[in-house]
Design a protein around this ligand. Structure first.
Ligand code: RFL
Ligand code: PHB
Length: 389
């Protein structure tokens, strides 16, 4: 088999890159370790920056998002069970779109399938070969046979646990990491969202977040020890703990119901440098991880796709190689901004294991400053809606 760009990983990064390349006549093959149902069963991101919205529209997959997504012009922050609003529109004239990653991925799969893309699922032992040569390839096992794809470039879109990043020699790769001493316990429930916009709550018992997917599907999170087991959290225990942490008016009006999904996610900040080695280009979670507090993970993956897509289009269709040469540098600049923002927002909102009354009071002072200072609000708004590409 031969293609121009071999894409490892059929998550949102790999699918979007493949779809965009298709719109400018560049061929690609996607290799995905899991089944399509498995990929579509993941419940992850909920908030899209406007840059992400524009990219999905450009890729021709915006129809359902335009009809079913919710435009949010602000968000609520809360401290000591009292909320206040940050008005993105009034501050900087921007907004975000609430539309789930599960839906984004489904829309991308539909578009790729309609276009007759080669999308290979359940592949094993994917191995990038000859990355430092002009003739790279990728081998993999499928149905008991080993196959090879010859290509010009390899896009490593295979997430944090993928094979791509590990293919960069150890003496080249530099990794930066912070693991946070807590996780997020998330619940999905078929209930109307408690608020028309998200609520990010600081509380001395720990962080909480009220989010949503649609008018009858809510997504809630509470900070919990990463060592906790789901079995130890009954639905009732979850709702009781959530109510303790969010604004009183929300706690009084929340409609609860059975959870249809419950999981605990660890929180981590991670960056791998460089994001390119030879013919391999890392994209999305393969190169970086942010804690979910800033809602940046999927959005960063999309900005990486933007830079790589633009560079490949320049190369194949305009004979220019500048974008490919500077991809890592360009992408990392935006990555580090999002890493900083997500770290800051996480640090301000969560309770740390050794949190003293002083530490708690400092967080509350910072939130109080945010409630009253337009400068502080503008800083948060600019980063939350997404820095320009
Ligand atoms: P993915 O989604 O991990 O996809 C990688 C794909 O590669 C496959 N794969 C392999 N395929 C072949 N060979 C191998 N050796 C392979 N190894 C792995 C995997 O099966 C998978 O299908 O990475 P991608 O495409 O870079 O996308 C990144 C996003 O998924 C991620 O950043 C976001 O979900 C993060 N995130 C959020 N991001 C936001 O922008 N806004 C949010 O509100 C938000 N909320 C969240 C989140 C992530 C969460 N969790 C659980 C991690 C909330 C949560 C709880
Ligand atoms: C979500 O709806 O899953 C969500 C929203 C905002 C975040 C993280 C997750 O910051």
């Amino acid at each position: 088999m031969r293609t121009q760009v071999c894409i490892i990983g059929g998550g949102p990064s790999g699918l979007l890159l493949s779809q965009l390349l298709h719109t400018v006549g560049i061929s690609s093959i996607i290799l995905e370790r899991q089944s399509r149902d498995h990929v579509l069963g993941r419940i992850r991101a909920g908030v899209l920056e406007w840059g992400t919205v524009d990219m999905l529209r450009k890729a021709g997959v915006g129809t359902r998002m335009n009809a079913e997504g919710f435009e949010h012009t602000g968000t609520f922050l809360s401290a000591k069970n009292r909320g206040f609003r940050i008005d993105f529109n009034a501050l900087i004239g921007k907004k975000v779109m609430v539309y789930g990653q599960t839906e984004v991925t489904a829309d991308l799969y539909a578009a790729r399938t309609d276009a007759g893309a080669t999308l290979l699922h359940n592949v094993e032992n994917v191995t990038p070969i000859g990355l430092d040569t002009d003739t790279p390839s990728v081998s993999f096992d499928q149905d008991g046979t080993t196959k090879t794809i010859q290509c010009d470039y390899i896009a490593g879109c295979d997430g944090f646990h993928g094979v791509s990043r590990k293919s960069i020699p150890a003496n080249v790769l530099r990794e930066f990491e912070r693991v946070y001493p807590f996780g997020w316990l998330g619940v999905l429930s078929e209930t109307p969202p408690v608020s028309h916009e998200l609520i990010y709550a600081n509380h001395e018992r720990g962080f909480a977040l009220c989010s949503m997917r649609n008018a009858n599907l809510s997504r809630y999170y509470i900070q919990a020890p990463v060592t906790d087991k789901i079995e130890h959290w009954s639905d009732d225990a979850f709702w009781d703990e959530l109510r303790r942490r969010i604004p009183t008016d929300a706690a009084d009006s929340i409609i609860t119901g059975p959870s249809i999904e419950k999981s605990i996610a660890p929180l981590r900040s991670f960056v791998a440098e460089p994001m390119q080695w030879g013919r391999l280009y890392l994209v999305g979670d393969a190169a970086h991880i942010v804690p979910p507090t800033g809602a940046k993970g999927l959005n960063l993956a999309v900005s990486d796709v933007h830079y790589l897509f633009t560079a490949l289009d320049q190369h194949y269709n305009h004979g220019e190689n500048g974008g490919l040469a500077t991809y890592s540098q360009t992408a990392l600049k935006r990555v580090w901004n999002a890493i900083r923002f997500s770290w800051w927002f996480t640090t301000m909102m969560h309770s740390y294991p050794d949190q003293s009354p002083f530490d708690q009071a400092i967080q509350e002072a910072e939130l109080s400053h945010l409630e009253t200072s337009q400068a502080a609000q503008t800083n948060l708004a600019e980063n939350y809606v997404g820095l320009p590409y």
